[in-house]
Design a binder for this molecule. Structure first.
Ligand SMILES: [Zn+2]
Length: 220
C-alpha cells in the first residue's frame, strides 16, 4: 500500500512540473470560450472496481472531447482530502477521471467534492466495497457526465503536470473544475470509513508554468 507519510522520498519527486498545484482565478491566465472546452460524448460505462489499499479504481470505457481532441476514459479513483487547492480552499475529496488519447497522452479531469445535497449519479460509487488490495470485482454501472455536471457553467483550470502517485509520470494534462460537486454527508462517510488514512499528495511548486482558466463567455 502506498505510504503517504513517505511522499518526500518518492522517486522523481524533485522533477519540475509536478502535480497537484494550488490554483486561483486571480493567478491564472483567463480564456473566454463561446462553447464548453470539455464535452462528454458518451456515458462512462464501468466494468470493474479494484481495491488499491488506500484507494479504489473504477475501470470503464467512454469518450470525452477535450479541447477538440478525442480521449478514451479509462478509470476513476479519488483522494481524501482534495489534492488541488482551489482559491485557497481544500475540498473534502477529489475525483480523478483518467483519460488517454490514441497517441498515449494522458489527461485527467479533476472534480472537487464537498458535502451538501445527495448525489444520485454518484450513488453507486459511494458504497462499502470490502476489497483486499488488488482484488477486482464486477461493477456494471453507467455514469452520465452531462447529468452529473448539469446546471453549472464550465469553469476549468488547465495546466501540464504529473500523476500524483509514483511513478509520478510527467506530461499529464490536467483539467481541474472550479465548482465542486456535492454528495451527502452520509455518502461521503460511507466511502470514507473504508479507508483509514488520507491519500492526498501535497501541493507542488508551480515553477513558472502556464495555468489557464477557461470560462464560457457570458451571454449578451
Ligand atoms: Zn489521482
Amino acid at each position: 500500500m502506498l505510504d503517504y507519510k513517505e511522499q518526500d522520498n518518492w522517486p522523481d519527486h524533485l522533477s519540475q512540473w509536478q502535480s497537484p498545484l494550488e490554483l486561483s482565478a486571480l493567478q491564472a491566465t483567463k480564456r473566454q470560450q463561446t462553447a464548453q472546452v470539455i464535452n462528454f460524448s458518451t456515458d462512462y460505462k464501468f466494468k470493474t472496481v479494484v481495491g488499491k489499499g488506500n484507494n479504489l479504481q473504477y475501470n470503464g470505457v467512454g469518450q470525452t472531447m477535450i479541447a477538440g481532441r478525442t480521449f478514451e476514459f479509462q478509470q476513476l479513483h479519488f483522494h481524501f482530502p482534495a489534492e488541488h487547492l482551489v482559491n485557497g480552499k481544500t475540498a473534502s475529496m477529489e475525483l480523478h477521471f483518467v483519460q488517454q488519447n490514441a497517441i498515449g497522452q494522458l489527461s485527467v479531469l479533476a472534480f472537487l467534492v464537498e458535502t451538501g445535497t445527495f448525489n444520485e449519479q454518484l450513488a453507486p460509487f459511494y458504497q462499502h466495497f470490502t476489497l483486499n488490495e488488488n482484488e477486482e470485482t464486477v461493477f456494471a454501472e453507467r455514469l452520465n457526465m452531462r447529468a452529473l455536471t448539469a446546471g453549472r457553467t464550465q469553469k476549468v483550470y488547465r495546466y501540464l503536470g504529473s500523476l500524483t502517485t509514483p511513478p509520478l509520470l510527467r506530461g499529464v494534462e490536467w483539467w481541474v473544475f472550479e465548482e465542486p460537486l456535492t454528495v451527502s454527508p452520509t455518502q461521503l462517510e460511507t466511502l470514507r470509513t473504508d479507508f483509514a488514512s488520507d491519500n492526498a499528495r501535497r501541493v507542488q511548486k508551480v515553477n513558472e508554468r502556464p495555468i489557464v482558466r477557461y470560462q464560457i463567455q457570458p451571454e449578451r
